[in-house]
Design a protein around this ligand. Structure first.
Ligand code: FE2
Length: 193
């Protein structure tokens, strides 16, 4: 059964954020995303996740952590306020996939706010939904926040994830299915730290 994405919730993060302990729990959560309709017409959340991972595979074919971060970056979308889903997703996957994947998931929202602040053309590349959620996420970063973001060793890759995120909203686009990611997810879970 397809359900609509949950409305923004304002309750404390801890009430909604899971903390996955095994890769199988994360795979189950991704499978569930196949039943959650996105605001963008004709797409479910799993379509978006798979398209994002596929984009990153094109950009960085050998960077499995970045690709998997793309696959799971919205795993807490709809479980909490849109502003907090990066933070919640980061903590949800940290124990299984380690620090880099978790930080990329956490920073994907700040990356959007950063790109809007430093690139005058970036806002015009955002979908209507992304522009709407940008306001809920705090808008462009302030100069102090820009400096803090740039100081992160994950900033550049978080921007790549964010660019792939925006490109991953094409209804009907054919990309590799979830089943083709299982081996990568399991091998990354074994080596993560
Ligand atoms: Fe996304």
């Amino acid at each position: 059964m397809i359900t609509d994405n949950a409305p923004n919730k304002l309750a404390p993060l801890a009430d909604f954020a899971p903390r996955f302990g095994t890769v199988d729990e994360i795979i189950d959560a991704l499978i569930e995303m196949g039943s959650i309709r996105m605001v963008e017409p004709g797409m479910v959340e799993l379509d978006h996740a798979l398209q994002c991972a596929a984009e990153l595979k094109l950009i960085r074919p050998n960077d499995l952590e970045l690709q998997v971060a793309g696959l799971v970056h919205d795993i807490c979308h709809g479980r909490c306020h849109i502003r907090d889903h990066g933070e919640a997703g980061s903590e949800a996957v940290r124990d299984v996939f380690g620090t880099r994947v978790a930080e990329l998931v956490r920073l994907h929202i700040d990356a959007k706010r950063y790109l809007v602040a430093v690139d005058q053309t970036y806002r015009s590349k955002l979908s209507a939904v992304s522009i709407e959620t940008l306001a809920l996420q705090g808008g462009g970063l302030s100069p102090g926040q820009i400096a803090a973001f740039e100081a992160s060793p994950y900033a550049e890759d978080a921007c790549l994830l964010r660019i792939a995120d925006e490109a991953a909203k094409v209804a009907g686009r054919e990309v590799q299915g979830l089943e083709t990611w299982i081996e990568t997810l399991k091998s990354l879970a074994l080596t993560a730290q």
